[in-house]
Ligand binder design. Structure first.
Ligand SMILES: [Zn+2]
Ligand SMILES: [Zn+2]
Ligand SMILES: [Zn+2]
Length: 164
């Protein structure tokens, strides 16, 4: 089994997700700590929910999971949106526009550029590591300063192609 401690697993690869999840959670905690930002219990809960799988989740689905907790009573949508906003700004989660959903980041700390492979079969989303695309390179060649660049690529992962 391939194992490297800090490198994340691509969502489509078979991997020990529980380990992946706990690594991502501790990376998030470290990031907050190093920036002197408080990851409140609610924000951490939202992040934990998003890290349960590599499938993106809508805000209402997150809300439903939060309210399933017997200790929480009637958490309202704005609370979830605020937590998501915080997590988005820090680069701990990303928004997947084409799904109107959110996903935990696999290498936390970058907020405005990301590339995703989105499988239409299993609905898993894999975030690519590559910080610059050729598109971004071309933009910078003409002196364009990018402030937001999110690439969403849809298709079928290897496993879903095999199951087709
Ligand atoms: Zn995983
Ligand atoms: Zn990311
Ligand atoms: Zn798939």
């Amino acid at each position: 089994m391939p194992s490297s401690k800090t490198k994340h697993c691509l969502a489509f690869e078979h991997h020990d997700h529980r380990r992946c999840q706990s690594q991502l959670l501790s990376a998030a905690r470290e990031l907050c700590h190093s920036r002197n930002i408080r990851l409140t219990e609610r924000r951490e809960q939202v992040l934990q929910i998003l890290l349960q799988s590599h499938q993106p989740m809508g805000a209402y689905e997150i809300l439903g999971q939060l309210n399933r907790n017997p200790e929480a009573s009637n958490i309202a949508p704005p609370i979830v949106y605020r937590a998501l906003e915080f997590l988005l700004e820090l680069g701990l989660v990303h928004r997947i526009e084409c799904k109107n959903a959110f996903i935990g980041c696999v290498h936390p700390g970058h907020a405005s550029t990301a590339q995703f492979l989105i499988c239409k079969g299993c609905e898993k989303v894999a975030e690519l590591d590559n910080p610059t695309t050729s598109l971004q390179q071309e933009a910078s060649q003409v002196g364009f300063m990018i402030d937001h660049s999110v690439v969403e690529i849809t298709g079928l992962c290897a496993e879903c192609q095999a199951n087709d």
